[in-house]
Design a protein around this ligand. Structure first.
Ligand code: HSE
Length: 404
């Protein structure tokens, strides 16, 4: 079975190497041995053991009738979208790690795959090496899922773990994440929450069957989180995590999705997820709580997820693997200003009465090593609208973090 890999970067090179290194294991469970015939990249790779497979012209791949599966590990919308469409239109199955493309055009590409009796799979697009897309599409199909909370970006989790444990600066931790091949080319996609936002959009779409547009999801990153926030969190037995969060009521009347830093209490399974690890917490009305955990980024973990899709496609050639997210129709999300949270707040000064006057009943917190001349507290549960109104009336808000 001849396949091609588009993009010989971190993930693409991992796919090619993994297929060779685990050849015996892979060959036992697919109808024919899998062989990477072409690697498409604009660069040359002199001296690389796979140098002879490199091509620069996509048409060579498309026009070779031996190619049955393509792995798109290029990232970005174009030319990945055009390449994917052209392959699917010829009945070539495609699998991808490209969360940006899946979040933006997933249902359209899956529809093209269906018309042409092939598949478009994206296990590697969420959670790196964690199997989450396939369980959502198979094991969890009897479930009415009401909650998903995920640590979905390895880079930011790695950065916050380094800041928390070793007092490493934000910049140094980001640099290490880049050296380890975790980070996006544009670091803002990680640190400003866009990558996690696309991933929770994909999971939310699988949850409800329609398209949750990532542009509709309120999105905050980790730039404003400081080591002082972490000191308070530690004192309260909590940890700060960037989460993609999706929750709907059992009757379906409300559906909130949000990407933001959250304070996660010690008894929540997401609390202990550190470094580049990702985790996805899922609540279904029948199965109750589930947790999926593993490396959320990096060469081989992500490649492992891509190759699992290659193998699934190799076993099902000529058919389309079904997906719970089948509609390009937009899912209407609830008004985010009506979502309710408790908030952790830091304000300058020591005037507890002034805080109570504005925020009502609050619980004050202290922490060793916290900055002098500030007051920290946790509010009662209130809507975002009420909280924002109160925060606007309060002079000197230094920082706020929602509680999970
Ligand atoms: N930059 C992403 C992360 C890569 O850090 O999680 C995996 O999608």
């Amino acid at each position: 079975m001849q396949i091609a890999v588009l993009g010989f970067g971190t993930v693409g090179s991992g796919v090619v190497e993994l297929i060779d290194r685990n050849r015996k294991t892979i060959t036992g469970t697919v109808p024919e041995e899998i062989h990477v015939k072409y690697i498409l990249d604009i660069r040359e790779f002199p001296g690389n053991p796979y140098e002879d497979r490199i091509v620069h012209d996509y048409d060579i791949i498309l026009n070779d009738p031996e190619i049955r599966i393509i792995c798109e590990t290029m990232g970005g919308k174009e030319p990945a979208r055009t390449f994917t469409e052209k392959a699917l239109q010829r009945g070539i199955s495609v699998c991808t790690s490209n969360k940006e493309l899946v979040a933006a055009f997933g249902p359209q590409l899956m529809a093209t795959a269906k018309e042409n009796h092939c598949s478009y799979l994206f296990e590697a697009a969420v959670g790196g090496g964690i199997p989450i897309i396939r369980p959502m599409n198979t094991s969890l199909t009897p479930e009415y899922i009401t909650d998903i909370a995920g640590i979905l970006n390895g880079t930011t989790n790695y950065i916050m773990t380094r800041m928390e444990r070793e007092n490493v600066s934000f910049e140094d931790a980001l640099k290490q994440a880049q050296e380890n091949g975790y980070a996006e080319r544009d670091p803002s996609a990680d640190v400003d929450g866009h990558d996690a936002c696309r991933k929770i959009a994909i999971l939310s779409s699988l949850m409800c069957g329609k398209t949750v547009r990532y542009e509709d999801i309120p999105c905050e990153g980790i730039r404003r989180i400081t080591t002082a926030d972490m000191a308070y969190a530690r004192k309260m037995g909590m940890a700060v995590k960037l989460l993609g969060r999706s929750r709907r009521s059992e009757d379906g009347s409300s559906f909130y999705v949000r990407t933001a830093p959250f304070l996660v209490p010690a008894d929540h399974p997401l609390h202990s997820v550190e470094d580049v690890f990702n985790a996805v917490f899922v609540h279904g009305t029948m199965v109750d709580n589930l947790m999926f955990y593993g490396r959320g980024a990096g060469k081989f973990p992500t490649a492992s997820a891509v190759v699992s899709d290659v193998m699934e496609e190799a076993r099902t050639l000529g058919t389309t693997i079904p997906c719970t997210w089948s509609s390009a129709e937009t899912m209407q999300l609830s008004d985010p200003s009506q979502e309710c949270f408790r908030h952790f707040v830091r304000v300058s000064g020591k005037d507890e009465d002034a805080v109570r006057n504005v925020f009502g009943d609050v619980t004050f917190v202290t922490a060793e090593g916290a900055p002098e001349n500030e007051t920290a507290f946790i509010t009662a549960e209130m809507t975002e609208k009420c909280f924002e109104d109160a925060a606007a009336r309060c002079a000197g808000v230094i920082g706020t973090v929602r509680l999970l």
